[in-house]
Design a protein around this ligand. Structure first.
Ligand code: FHN
Length: 400
């Protein structure tokens, strides 16, 4: 159920955000994810994660640099893991001393982050997982990501909440002590709204920050859906966002060989935009706080493209189904304008037989150069440069 607050509507225009997975687990180049859960054979053991906290000392952490890199990439929001499954809080909290002020860095890492993101005019998102590897009842959480829990849903509600009441208090601390937060990105439970007291938690958050957007991983309380690592063939009717890694690792990994190409990432962004969603593209900073060059290169290239052609992405709506897929490339629509993303414009005029409406002009988006076209039954667009990946903007009075 999408958020209705007027100051939450930015989400449906943004189309592109940056996800950041960073914490003590970044020291171990591990996929801070399911295979390492307490009941899996690969789990390092909570005590190992505890020791990483004291090793975690990000001497080169500068969130101003992060925020500038995200803005230059054309992102409209940034989501930072302020608490991942290891339970370590990058923020100051009274609920546990397992946090960045009491341990490791000995300073609050979230305050400078939210200030830097706001100073670049971007929206602030906080990733906050509701599970914790210290939880004695962790194994009772039915996990959807392929690893079955040893005893799903066999738990004592009183004991459960004795441990989990801290996550409600931590949410309160984040929404009271860190200024305007735009988005809380919950992770994991898709199960049991009653178990997580979703409606009570959601209402507490909206009472504190009424414009707040929450994803669907707080069961039955989400404002949007979160397909992970894929673009849905048939997009949800609601708001939605695909979260995706560049290199199949959420946290930092030194392997440079498995990064997706820039064109692959750009085509993913285009496909998502045609379906009315957002791409939340992940970066796993090094433990010291610097970003891998492979990630920076891709973000810079995406930013260059968005600088001249972002008009065809930001604020577009789902491409109407009567616009059949066009073999030249993705199509986006915004009010009375159709954007044809032609990957490799041929020398002959492109024929588009599906446009209903009076074409007023056709211009190359990057340069503004008028393109010749013929309007009979089709719109024949020519005059592009062979080999360029670029966008033709057809300004058209679409048939009502
Ligand atoms: O285990 C996490 C993983 O590290 C990452 O945070 C993703 C993001 O959606 N969520 C979990 C795996 O689904």
């Amino acid at each position: 159920m999408r958020a209705t607050h007027p100051e939450a509507q930015w989400f449906d225009e943004a189309r592109f955000g940056i996800f950041i997975h960073w914490g003590p687990y970044s020291l171990r180049e591990i996929e801070a994810s399911w295979p390492l859960m307490p009941h899996s054979s690969q789990h390092l053991g909570v005590d190992v994660y505890e020791s990483l906290a004291d090793e975690f000392n990000p001497l080169n952490y500068d969130p101003k640099v992060w925020a500038k890199a995200a803005k230059a990439a054309g992102a409209k929001y940034i989501v930072l893991t302020v608490k991942h499954h290891d339970g370590f809080c990058l923020f100051d909290t009274k609920t546990t001393d397992y946090n960045a002020v009491q341990r490791g860095p000995k300073r609050d890492l979230v305050m400078p982050f939210v200030e830097a993101v706001r100073s670049e005019g971007l929206k602030v998102g906080l990733y906050f997982t509701t599970i914790d590897w210290h939880d004695p009842d962790f194994a009772t959480i039915p996990i959807s990501a392929g690893i079955q829990s040893p005893k799903p849903n066999v738990y004592d509600p009183m004991r459960w909440w004795e441990f989990h009441k801290r996550f409600v208090e931590q949410l309160r601390e984040l929404l009271i002590n860190y200024g305007r937060i735009d988005l809380i990105w919950f992770d994991v439970p898709g199960f049991g709204a009653d178990r997580w007291r979703s409606s009570e938690v959601k209402q507490m958050m909206l009472n504190l920050q009424p414009h707040l957007i929450v994803n669907n991983r707080l069961p039955d309380a989400g404002d949007y859906e979160t397909p992970e690592q894929f673009v849905p063939v048939h997009p949800p009717d609601e708001w939605w966002e695909t979260c995706m890694t560049m290199n199949n690792q959420w946290a930092y990994h030194s392997d440079k060989t498995c990064y997706k190409s820039t064109l692959t990432l750009l085509n993913t962004l285009l496909e998502i935009a045609t379906k009315g969603g957002n791409l939340l593209l992940n970066v796993g900073p090094r433990p010291d706080g610097t970003w891998p060059e492979e990630a920076l290169e891709r973000l810079e290239a995406i930013g260059t493209w968005l600088k001249h052609s972002g008009e065809s992405i930001y604020g577009t709506k789902r491409t109407p189904v009567h616009f059949p897929p066009c073999f030249y490339g993705p199509i986006t629509v915004k009010e009375n304008t159709v954007y044809l993303h032609v990957k490799d414009i041929p020398r002959f005029p492109l024929e588009f037989r599906w446009i209903q409406g009076k074409v007023r002009e056709v211009r190359l988006l990057r340069t503004g150069k008028a393109l010749s076209y013929r309007v009979e039954e089709t719109v024949g667009v020519s005059g592009g440069v062979h080999g360029e990946h670029y966008v033709s903007r057809i300004s058209i009075d679409l048939a009502p």
